[in-house]
Design a protein around this ligand. Structure first.
Ligand SMILES: Nc1ncnc2c1ncn2[C@@H]1O[C@H](COP(=O)(O)OP(=O)(O)O)[C@@H](O)[C@H]1O
Ligand SMILES: [Mg+2]
Length: 245
């Protein structure tokens, strides 16, 4: 290949890499927008409807008074219990889809709240250690990326690891922000991901893609019996990820 052709091929490679990164960023923000809309519908339509169904069931029971049979009474009570459980799950789903703390208080508050929400005293301790004093907020998209990565890593530890402790750690200096999520669970062999006979998941894949789109570096370390550690490093100069002033 001549030098001129090589330069042209290199330019084309860089152009395509930029285009792919741009499309990735668009995809992530479309995904966030969809989550936001879904949370809105669930919160504004489904949730009040569930409350109205519960109220109507109670009013119908009162209207029937003593005429309501034992069987019907038991069935209505079962419906009310189910409604209560569904409304509670819906609230958790809405918070996961659009964490209010992330919108209002930012990443630190959202991680703190999420760690508290997942902790189950006596069986699972989720500990969040924030950065040393002087934390500087990151651009909104970068905070969302870090939160979503932590959310998936914690969910994985809960779902797959049989962990008793999960440590979420956020660090920052002038040049970069670092997020680490480590569990003390059973671990796994990352080399086997995607192998024949293994159930493929998209959580780890999505985490690393999100981080790549934010111009950061994603590392996964795990081994059988030795827990799992996910680490994300976001340089403040890459991909527009400079800290907010
Ligand atoms: N913290 C963890 N502890 C143990 N195994 C894990 C952990 N995180 C991921 N894994 C393993 O890696 C697989 C892929 O994870 P993921 O891509 O998030 O998909 P999913 O959670 O939908 O299965 C999981 O099915 C599990 O076997
Ligand atoms: Mg997962």
């Amino acid at each position: 290949m001549t030098r001129h052709r090589r330069t042209h091929a290199e330019d084309e490679r860089v152009r395509l890499a930029c285009r792919i990164a741009e499309l990735g960023r668009t995809l992530m923000s479309v995904q966030e927008e969809e989550r936001r809309e879904l949370a809105l519908v669930l919160h504004d339509v489904v949730s009040p409807n569930l409350a109205a169904i519960g109220l109507n069931l109670k009013l119908a029971t009162d209207a029937l008074g003593g005429a309501i049979g034992e069987e019907a009474q038991a069935r209505i009570e079962a419906c009310l219990v189910l409604l209560h459980q569904t409304a509670r799950s819906l609230r958790t789903i809405c918070t996961d889809l659009r964490p209010p703390a992330l919108e209002y208080g930012g990443l630190l508050e959202a991680l703190e709240n999420y760690a508290d929400q997942i902790s189950a005293p006596g069986s699972l301790r989720v500990r969040f250690s924030g950065p040393p004093a002087g934390w500087r907020r990151l651009p909104r998209q970068t905070e969302i990326t870090l939160f979503r990565v932590a959310q998936e890593a914690i969910t994985n530890a809960v779902k797959h690891a049989d962990a008793t402790a999960i440590d979420v750690c956020l660090g920052q200096n002038k040049r970069r922000t670092i997020l680490a999520v480590a569990d003390d669970g059973k671990g796994f062999d990352p080399g086997l991901l995607g192998a024949v006979g293994q159930k493929p998941g998209i959580g780890l894949l999505t985490m690393s893609e999100r981080v790549e789109c934010a111009g950061g570096k994603f590392t996964l370390r795990s081994a059988s019996g030795q827990g799992t550690r996910v680490e994300v490093v976001i340089p403040h100069t890459a991909g527009g990820a400079a800290a907010r002033s």
